[in-house]
Design a protein around this ligand. Structure first.
Ligand code: FES
Length: 217
């Protein structure tokens, strides 16, 4: 009867049994925990082991995700900073063609001619009349369409609403309220015509007689 072990002490290690009731140092709790974990792991079913492993791998993937998100945010910030810097260094600027252009030599324009070759690129006709050479802006004074020179009819005709202008640029039919505008013509040092569209001469303001409105030849 005296050999009977108390309930729950069958699996206790011999050491702990012998230490019971003595004043020796208590068993280390960390070592106990470790051994308990080992025992628990050994007792785990294969299914539970797989579940535990998956739990670990899920935690790792979350950590990876956070790390990648951090890098992504960092590179996004750097990219936007770089783009902002480049835009600062190269601001958006509209490069408009120069309003000044060379139009060849006076002899290229026979007496009484209306030259239309500059209309497409420069929107200008060059006319050689009795008073000299002048340049007319190909812009209808009604609503801004581009009239056409009709050689047979000796006039400029606007295709939009039918305004007509003489070879001097004076409006005589249709809704255009005023004559076409002339632009400055001068000579370069090498004797070429220089047309400056930024300087205009308006007939209704009495500017057609001003220097630059016509080049005497
Ligand atoms: S735009 Fe030329 S007639 Fe109207």
């Amino acid at each position: 009867m005296s050999d009977e072990k108390p309930k729950g002490t069958e699996n206790q290690p011999a050491e702990s049994k012998s230490a019971k009731g003595t004043e020796s140092t208590p068993a280390k709790p960390v070592a106990k925990e470790k051994s308990a974990e080992r025992v628990r792991a050994e007792k785990m079913s294969p299914k539970a082991k797989v579940a535990a492993d998956n739990k670990g791998s899920l935690w790792m993937s979350r950590r990876d995700f956070s790390s990648r998100a951090g890098w992504f945010a960092f590179f996004a910030f750097c990219g936007s900073f770089l783009i902002g810097s480049l835009r600062f260094m190269f601001p958006r600027v509209l490069f408009e063609p120069s309003p000044v252009f060379k139009a060849g030599y006076p002899d290229d324009y026979p007496a009484g001619s209306v030259t239309t070759k500059w209309v497409k690129d420069q929107r200008v006709w060059i006319v050689r009349g009795d008073e000299g050479i002048y340049a007319i802006l190909a812009l209808c004074t009604h609503l801004g369409c581009t009239p056409r020179w009709l050689d047979a009819e000796n006039k400029f005709k606007c295709p939009c609403h039918g305004s007509g202008f003489t070879r001097e640029g004076v409006n005589f039919e249709g809704p255009a309220p005023r004559p076409l505008e002339r632009v400055k013509v001068s000579l370069t040092e090498d004797g070429q015509l220089l047309v400056d569209k930024s300087i205009k001469f308006l007939e209704e303001k009495g500017e057609w007689g001003k220097p630059g409105s016509v080049l005497p030849v």
